[in-house]
Design a protein. Structure first.
Ligand SMILES: Cc1ncc(C[n+]2csc(CCOP(=O)(O)OP(=O)(O)O)c2C)c(N)n1
Length: 392
């Protein structure tokens, strides 16, 4: 007879390499060339500027609701940059920075944001799945894709993204169990951004860490500072290697923060304090990496200004192309066509509301004026009522 504690054979390490002043721990620093780091920084900056433009477009009624990425850029770039092009990227709805790294066209994102299915059609040669809006489905899909690839004799792996709230879903546990039992080469990336819409992490799960939920399923897991590109990269590189070489799935918990609203339909001031947001702004992943690059003369004011201008032009061009494409599309009705044989009253109401808001009804040249109005507080969406929109 015994009352010995069980030895799990696993523990949850925490990785941090780049501190809040942009200084690194040399012993832990991964071997990354300055060009890759600069590309990571640029992609993070582009995702941030893209969100700023999207917010104006949404507030002026040009596009519908979307989920901002601000604050989570390092978690995404650190992890996604460890994949090969023939690996699978299986995102949820907040992975704009990771999507850009994979080569996703911002014009496609805008077409989708405006309510057109065409925006999420994936090119044949890309192994990127469209946004999963239901919380949790993508984790199961990633496990299945990874398993199928292995059965076909490929060495490609899958990487899937989800939030802290998603770890309370049944899908999460089913996906991890499946992956562990069948040795499906999938890396689960949890972006613990502290909130599931308005519910703080402590109120939706009693687990001390989210990573430990993976240990229970037999997967190695690690927690990282999610605002530190190098920590996220280190954990992902190791997990990808284990998945590719040994068919072993793994999980990374990126401890980070969602600086902006959950989606543009949400008002975060109703459930969190400004002080908390400010404290996390101090740990901004972009500033940290910028300081690191400046200290090494890889970035200065001139280079940054040039980068900002290029990104601004890329985003302006993306919206122009998105608008031109929208003009040629049939409208937003197809989104509602394949849900029920007989549409419900609610669906019909939504279909009509969308048709009224269709961006093609906006005439060329009105854009900047409407965006200015939106910035000055004349917000079409607020006038029409946020209640019409979905939360996800
Ligand atoms: C199956 C399902 N239930 C509920 C929702 C509504 N919903 C959208 S996002 C969200 C919270 C998700 O939080 P988390 O997993 O932490 O991800 P985050 O949005 O913070 O990135 C909920 C409940 C949904 N989209 N799908």
């Amino acid at each position: 007879m015994t009352r010995e504690p069980v030895d799990y054979g696993d523990e949850i390490p925490f990785i941090s390499v780049l501190d809040e002043n942009g200084d690194i721990d040399d012993d832990l620093m991964p071997d990354l060339g300055p060009e890759v780091v600069l590309k990571g920084y640029r992609t993070m900056l582009k995702a941030r500027r893209f969100d700023e433009r999207r917010l104006k477009l949404q507030r002026s009624g040009r596009i519908g609701t979307f989920a901002p990425v601000v604050g989570q850029e390092a978690s995404q770039i650190g992890t996604i940059s460890t994949l090969r092009k023939d690996d699978w990227f299986v995102p949820s709805y907040r992975e704009t920075a990771a999507g850009f790294w994979r080569g996703l066209d911002p014009a496609d994102i805008l077409v989708f944001d405006a309510g057109y299915n065409e925006g999420i059609s994936i090119p044949d040669d890309a192994r990127d799945l469209p946004n999963a809006v239901p919380v949790g489905t993508q984790m199961l899909q990633a496990a299945g894709i990874a398993h199928a690839g292995r059965l076909r004799g490929e060495d490609a792996i899958a990487m899937t993204y989800f939030g802290d709230g998603a770890t309370s879903q049944g899908d999460f546990h089913e996906a991890l169990n499946f992956a562990a039992v069948y040795s499906a080469p999938v890396v689960f990336v949890c972006q613990n951004n502290q909130y599931a819409i308005s519910v703080p992490r402590e109120k939706q799960t009693a687990s001390k860490t989210l990573a430990q939920k993976a240990v229970a399923n037999g997967l190695p897991a690690v927690q990282v500072d999610g605002n530190d590109l190098f920590a996220a990269y280190t954990a992902a590189r190791d997990a990808v290697k284990r998945a590719r070489e040994d068919g072993q799935p793994g999980m990374i918990e990126c401890v980070t923060y969602r600086i902006e609203m959950h989606t543009t339909a949400d008002d975060p001031t109703r459930y969190r304090e400004d002080d908390e947001v400010e404290a996390w702004r101090e740990r901004d992943p972009l500033d940290r990496l910028g300081d690191y690059l400046r200290d090494r003369d890889a970035l200065d004011d001139g280079k940054l200004e040039k980068m900002e201008k290029e990104i601004e032009a890329e985003i302006a061009d993306a919206w122009e192309r998105a608008e031109a494409r929208i003009e040629e599309l049939e409208g937003t009705d197809p989104m509602f066509a394949h849900i029920y044989a007989e549409p419900t009253q609610e669906l019909e109401r939504q279909r009509k509301a969308m048709a009224r808001r269709a961006p093609q009804e906006v005439h060329a040249g009105e854009d900047s004026e409407a965006e200015e109005d939106a910035e000055n507080g004349k917000d079409e969406d607020q006038v029409e009522g946020d209640g019409e929109k979905d939360d996800g």
